[in-house]
Design a protein around this ligand. Structure first.
Ligand code: ZN
Ligand code: ZN
Length: 346
């Protein structure tokens, strides 16, 4: 990835240790065991001898194999005079202490420098995210017959993950959420050993990873008749989502978009039950910038990939969330997930 980063003025280089950023700058697929020294004149990937072959094959920047037991002194020969910036969010205090004592140069904490470059996706990145979303759509079709009364949430989640892995996902994007009935009121109810019962809504939130890039989608389906109230909640959430889809375009801020969807839900009296933000960016991380919430001043730009995921969660009763993954285009957004989202009774 040829990224041009905006370093703080005083800094001559940035030591990149946050794994997603290491992968972004180098293409190295074991980024937790590597780090990148970003310099405007050319960057280097450092990793250890276990990865000699893999790093040479994958890295788009120069590779140097180092011995982690020998500390960080090796960095000195690659540094000009000046200040070395580091990623405060990608560094333990212990590691920072070690770097400071090995290098004895001025260090400067930064955050979000590489993330700023990652905000707008390249064509190749969009293709990988779209491929992961397509696979998730196919996974959704595959899993529908498994969602029935008596089936355990965990078995549904495992079947879905197994199918995605068998069909090209290198990993599950996160621990899948399968939340049925009253558990649907848990926005982050990862699959449990609860059995799905007739008349319940089931929320599935899942995604695939392809070459490091994630997808993220949620659908809520009914097993038989879920009753009038939950059906009404479903219609409200679907309308909030549709409002967000229509409002999303370059120039709109994260908070404006969040408000557009939230207002629809609030007008129906469920405002207190939409307890999370409207959406988030997706890429090398499942949750990344831009974050779309009431405090977000990020302005949408063409090439960003975002989720729109309104939800209503009624404590001890159940919940509904529908989540789309979308690319911000010149005039609006293009949905990357295509699974039907009309109210569906299985
Ligand atoms: Zn999700
Ligand atoms: Zn999401």
């Amino acid at each position: 990835m040829k990224a041009k980063l905006q370093l703080p003025e005083e800094a001559s280089a940035l030591l990149v240790t946050h794994p997603a950023n290491v992968r972004y700058l180098s293409g190295f697929s074991a980024p937790s065991d590597g780090m990148v020294l970003y310099r405007p004149s050319g960057s280097l990937l450092f990793t250890d001898s276990r990865y000699s072959e893999q790093a040479q094959a994958e890295s788009t920047i120069e590779v140097e194999i180092v011995d982690p037991r020998e500390g960080y002194a090796f960095l000195r020969k690659h540094l000009d005079v000046g200040v070395l910036a580091y990623e405060a969010h990608g560094m333990s205090c212990e590691r920072l202490r070690k770097i400071a004592s090995d290098l004895k140069i001025k260090l400067m904490a930064t955050t979000g420098v590489v993330e700023e470059a990652r905000l707008v996706k390249s064509k190749e990145e969009v293709q990988l995210i779209a491929a992961a979303a397509r696979l998730s759509d196919e996974g959704f079709t595959h899993i529908l017959p498994f969602i029935k009364a008596g089936a355990k949430e965990l078995d549904v989640a495992l079947e879905l993950e197994f199918w995605l892995r068998k069909n090209g996902a290198e990993a599950a994007a996160f621990d899948f959420i399968v939340a049925s009935g009253a558990r649907g009121s848990l926005p982050h109810g990862v699959a449990s050993d609860k059995a799905i019962a007739a008349g319940e809504l089931v929320t599935l939130d899942f995604g695939a990873v392809i070459k490091g890039y994630h997808s993220d989608m949620t659908r809520t389906v009914a097993v038989g008749h879920a009753g009038e109230e939950m059906r009404r909640v479903y219609e409200v959430v679907a309308r909030a989502l549709q409002t967000a889809i229509e409002a999303a375009r370059p120039g709109v801020s994260g908070s404006e978009l969040d408000k557009a969807a939230r207002d629809v839900i609030a007008e129906e009296g469920y405002g207190a039950y939409f307890v999370h933000s409207l959406g988030h960016g997706v890429g090398l991380e499942i949750h990344e910038r831009p974050f779309l919430n009431s405090r977000s001043d990020t302005i949408l730009r063409e090439g960003m990939v975002i989720t729109l995921e309104p939800g209503v969660y009624l404590p001890h009763r159940g919940g509904v969330r529908i989540e789309e993954l979308a690319l911000v285009t010149e005039r609006g957004i293009e949905l990357l997930s295509h699974s039907p989202k009309e109210y569906l009774e299985l």
